[in-house]
Design a protein around this ligand. Structure first.
Ligand SMILES: NC(=O)c1ccc[n+]([C@@H]2O[C@H](COP(=O)([O-])OP(=O)(O)OC[C@H]3O[C@@H](n4cnc5c(N)ncnc54)[C@H](O)[C@@H]3O)[C@@H](O)[C@H]2O)c1
Length: 249
């Protein structure tokens, strides 16, 4: 443990479960105060202050930020992590699904950032970390809508980094491979053979195992750390090698 995060205030979206929960736990251990923006409390009790928020709804986001502003005058870290999945190709996707997934995964990041920006600007070390995905850089089957949304998250990260660099607000993202979170547990539970499906997901990763939430959270804390003063507009893969390695079969 360092003193790097001591006394800092953070907003973590999707803090009730999986990667967001792991980020909140690590930030809490490091002495930060965390506001968990989520549609449900999930497991963040005792870790983060739950602020009920649907990142897909502007009024909800504005209300949530107002609640934070009533408690603290500054936000140092914004982890835009909440996201939803979608299974299928473009042949399966409806207009409603395209709109729903982009509204939460992409516009959600933009609206939380915009609403939180005046609080972030008051920090001496403001940092935003977006949770993207390896789906942004690798063609995965049956993930058309989700992958397109994460491609947009990656581009948005770079655009935000460019827009905010002169104001000292750093913006980066992480690209996890398949991570062992309740999200993936739900996907597996819906498969006809969950055990075989898990084995296939593990085999797809060059390391032969799923990425852990803690590993992704470590990368998010690395990028959010005030010590990384020169790191902005970067995409950090935490993907077990799936993005870059080609192994002989
Ligand atoms: N699990 C993976 O394999 C994986 C891989 C790459 C990227 N990701 C990304 O990581 C992020 C977190 O995923 P996870 O696996 O921890 O999922 P998870 O389902 O375990 O947790 C997601 C959390 O986000 C919350 N949430 C969902 N919609 C919301 C909304 N509209 N407003 C506010 N909160 C909302 C949920 O209630 C939940 O607490 C997502 O952006 C996802 O795309 C996950």
């Amino acid at each position: 443990m360092s003193n790097d995060f001591k006394g800092l205030n953070a907003i973590v979206t999707g803090a009730g479960s999986g990667i967001g929960l792991a980020v909140a736990k690590k930030l809490q251990l490091e002495g930060a105060t965390i506001f968990g923006f989520d549609i449900t409390l999930g497991e963040m009790s005792g870790v983060a202050t739950w602020v009920e928020c649907d990142v897909g709804d502007s009024a909800s986001v504005v209300r949530a930020i107002a609640k934070v502003a009533a408690q603290v005058g500054v936000i140092d870290i914004l982890a835009n992590n909440a996201g939803v999945g979608a299974v299928g190709s473009v042949l399966d996707a409806t207009d409603d699904e395209w709109a729903r997934v982009f509204n939460i995964n992409v516009t959600g990041i933009a609206r939380v950032t915009a609403a939180a920006y005046s609080l972030l600007k008051k920090s001496t070390t403001p940092s935003i970390v977006n949770t993207c995905s390896v789906a942004a850089t690798v063609g995965l089957p049956k993930r058309a809508v989700y992958s397109a949304s994460k491609g947009a998250v990656m581009s948005l990260t770079l655009a935000m980094a460019a827009d905010f660099v002169k104001e000292g607000v750093r913006v980066n993202c992480v690209n996890p491979g398949t991570a062992d979170t309740p999200w993936v547990a739900r996907l597996l539970a819906a498969a006809s053979d969950p055990v075989a499906e898990r084995k296939a997901l593990e085999a797809r990763q060059p390391m032969g195992r799923l990425v852990s939430s803690d590993e992704v959270a470590n990368a998010i804390l690395y990028l959010a750390n005030p010590q990384q003063k020169s790191t902005t507009g970067t995409v950090l893969a935490v993907d077990g090698g799936i993005g870059g390695l080609r192994l002989p079969q």
